[in-house]
Design a protein around this ligand. Structure first.
Ligand code: NAD
Ligand code: DAO
Ligand code: ZN
Length: 368
């Protein structure tokens, strides 16, 4: 079949809207009509050429929601008409990783996914007979896309696509790290570094589980209003205090119970660890630092009980946990609407990248 897609032909160049060829689902695969997709920093990172795994031409996008249109042989958990969210972290429920309760990093399709290919080592997309690569196993910047069955979470049908798509990355990453990874207890003091699309979701996750103080850290004071709306109780601008770590320790009677780095900066990662309470404070790295960068701290920070951890996709096991996050949203426990600051049709998708780079948007959503 033919499908409209925004193709990244080259690093650093705008996406081009073209009709591409899409081969139908092979055994174990599913054809999905994407109804809406968010545009995330990771798409921009890959498009910029800085992503060591980035390869072109490719159809980017990994934060979508849509409807199953066809299933390949052997697919048992999905049928045409089902509403789904694509998963950039699959959940096969069978690999060594899925069988270990300590991780959500299913490896069943990891190797081929990283090469922009389906599990059989080929691409379903092509143009003029030449293959176009998939991206993060999702390629949601295409009206129709093909994914492995294990890379799709079935969701309830009353969830609106234009908001639910954000659950495919940003919402689950932020809310999930609080609920699934850190398991933040009610009454905890929480510190969130970076009040962007991820940090605001950490804040609303912390509010949802009943945190006490939720302290936001950002160098951009324009984020304060929306962060307060999502549950931030205190704000510290590092530019306005002598030492941000000392300011947090003072505001929390000794340090954070939990801190979350949602920037991708190795200096703020260190601050996030060192602002944790002696004896038990846990710091989670969510932000992705540039290739080759390294973190450091004095080992005595760990000897004295602080814990440094990292997380991908909020620790969520996609097929199991994404439907739960959709329920939280539909039950009014989390707010997505106010984080979607811009919407546009596919032909204007490059504007979403401009809005992101200028800091004007929290999340742009493309509707097909
Ligand atoms: P964003 O750009 O929307 O937000 C970043 C915020 O950090 C901004 O508000 C900015 O003003 C603030 N900031 C920048 N430098 C700062 C500094 N030195 N001190 C304090 N604040 C500072 O980004 P986002 O979409 O929220 O993504 C955040 C990070 O999370 C990115 O690195 C992204 O790649 C990563 N991410 C990780 C996962 C995961 O699963 N681990 C998933 C999605 C995104
Ligand atoms: O190596 O098993 C693996 C999967 C790694 C996925 C890590 C994702 C980290 C976050 C990147 C940004 C997500 C949009
Ligand atoms: Zn697995």
């Amino acid at each position: 079949m033919k499908t409209r897609a925004a193709v990244a032909f080259q690093a650093g160049k705008p996406l081009e809207i073209v009709e591409v060829d899409l081969q139908g689902p092979q055994p174990g695969e599913v054809l999905v009509e994407i109804m809406a997709t968010g545009v995330c920093h990771t798409d921009a990172f890959t498009l910029s050429g800085d992503d060591p795994e980035g390869a072109f031409p490719a159809i980017l996008g990994h934060e979508g929601a849509g409807i199953v249109r066809e299933v390949g042989a052997g697919v048992t958990s999905l049928k045409p008409g089902d509403h789904v969210i694509p998963l950039y972290t699959a959940e096969c429920r069978n690999c060594k990783f899925c069988l270990n309760p300590k991780t959500n990093l299913c490896q069943a399709v990891r190797a081929t996914q990283g090469q922009g290919l389906m599990p059989d080592g080929t691409s379903r997309f092509s143009l003029d007979g030449k293959p176009i690569l998939h991206y993060m196993g999702c390629s949601t910047f295409s009206n129709f896309t093909v994914l492995p069955e294990i890379s799709l979470a079935k969701i309830r049908e009353d969830a609106p696509f234009d908001l639910a798509c954000y659950i495919g990355c940003g919402v689950t990453t932020g809310v999930g790290v609080v609920a699934f990874d850190a398991k933040v207890e009610p009454g905890s003091n929480v510190v969130v570094f970076g009040l962007g699309g991820i940090g605001l979701n950490v804040i609303q996750g912390a509010k949802m589980v009943g945190a006490n103080k939720i302290i936001g850290i950002d160098i951009n004071p324009s984020k304060v209003e929306i962060a307060k709306q999502f549950g931030m109780t205190d704000f510290i601008n590092p530019k306005e205090v002598e030492n941000v770590v000392d300011a947090i320790i003072e505001a929390t009677d000794g340090g954070a119970d939990y801190s979350f780095e949602c920037i991708g900066n190795v200096n703020t990662m260190r601050q996030a660890l060192e602002c944790c309470h002696k004896g038990w404070g846990e710091s989670y790295i969510i932000g992705v630092a540039g290739a080759g960068q390294e973190i450091s701290t004095r080992p005595f920070q760990l000897v004295t009980g602080r814990v440094w951890r990292g997380t991908a996709f909020g620790g969520a096991r996609g097929r199991t946990d994404v439907p739960k996050v959709v329920d939280w949203f539909m039950d009014g426990k989390i707010n997505i609407k106010d984080l979607i600051t811009h919407k546009m049709p596919l032909q204007d998708i490059n504007k979403a990248f401009d809005l992101m780079h200028s800091g004007e948007s929290i999340r742009s959503v493309v509707e097909f």
